[in-house]
Design a protein around this ligand. Structure first.
Ligand SMILES: [Zn+2]
Ligand SMILES: [Zn+2]
Length: 265
């Protein structure tokens, strides 16, 4: 079974990722408008009819902004844990109760030909989850918002053939930037976001030949650039004597422009 991945949008302005197999597709997060999601999918010749559901990581608006319209207009079910649902379904929420599907934590469930497992990560939302998704022997892990890599999340990240992982901020840009002190502290905290140095160090220590594609995700608009992400990674790798294999590709996901379709065959 093939596994196709595409980032439609990645970053603090909005997140949405597509995952497809030979027959169906699913979305992970709906942090951009339903119109943009439909337009981007159409641009890749993917019909909304093939989308079987949307997985939700947490309640921050850059992950659920388009959820209400997307689920309503396409009669699409949305999947997340009871605790994340509780945080999304505030009295002001217009999300239809018809689309709600509750999923367990760290137990596989089956959707559209995928085996999907949610796992907890540390982030400043009531609950935040990453996803480990298998199609046959192909494995993808998506962790876009996390303050540090805990012992629970690490095995899922290590096991991925295609890894989508946050590399949110450059330490110097953040510290020298205009954000107020409390916000800098929140971003850098264990419940905030992963800095380039943290992601680079974890990858340098844990990368194996099984990691075919590493997609660096959720870059900050004000405190990062794709060039600095790659420079930090290359510097950290060379300090530790790591040389990525010929068969490995490292991709920085754009904040607004969809990535190319990446296929594990
Ligand atoms: Zn986010
Ligand atoms: Zn978040």
């Amino acid at each position: 079974m093939r596994l196709d991945f595409c980032s439609l949008s990645s970053g603090s302005s909005g997140n949405c990722y597509y995952l497809g197999n030979d027959f169906h597709g699913i979305l992970i997060d709906a942090g951009i408008s339903a119109t943009a999601i439909r337009k981007f999918l159409k641009g890749m010749d993917i019909s909304m009819q093939t989308i079987m559901g949307v997985l939700i990581t947490h309640n921050h608006s850059d992950h659920i902004k388009g959820l209400e319209v997307l689920t309503r207009k396409n009669s699409l079910p949305a999947f997340t844990t009871p605790k994340v649902w509780e945080s999304i379904l505030t009295p002001h929420s217009k999300i239809s109760r018809d689309c709600i599907r509750e999923i367990p934590m760290q137990q596989k469930f089956h959707l559209a030909g995928f085996d999907i497992e949610a796992f907890p990560v540390f982030h400043d939302a009531p609950e935040t989850i990453g996803f480990h998704i298998c199609a046959g022997d192909k494995k993808i892990t998506i962790v876009t918002d996390l303050g540090h890599i805990c012992d629970t999340a690490a095995p899922y990240i290590k096991a991925a053939n295609l890894l989508v992982m946050e590399s949110n901020y450059d330490e110097q840009m953040l510290m020298n930037g205009s954000y107020p002190h409390f916000l800098k502290a929140r971003i850098r905290s264990d419940n905030g976001h992963l800095g380039n140095h943290q992601t680079a160090e974890f990858l340098a220590e844990n990368i194996t030949d099984n990691h075919k594609y590493i997609c660096l995700a959720h870059l900050s608009k004000n405190n990062n650039t794709p060039e600095i992400v790659l420079q930090t990674l290359q510097r950290t790798f060379s300090e530790k004597g790591i040389v990525p294999g010929n068969q490995q590709e490292i991709i920085v996901l754009d904040r607004y422009i969809p990535s190319r379709m990446i296929s594990l065959i």
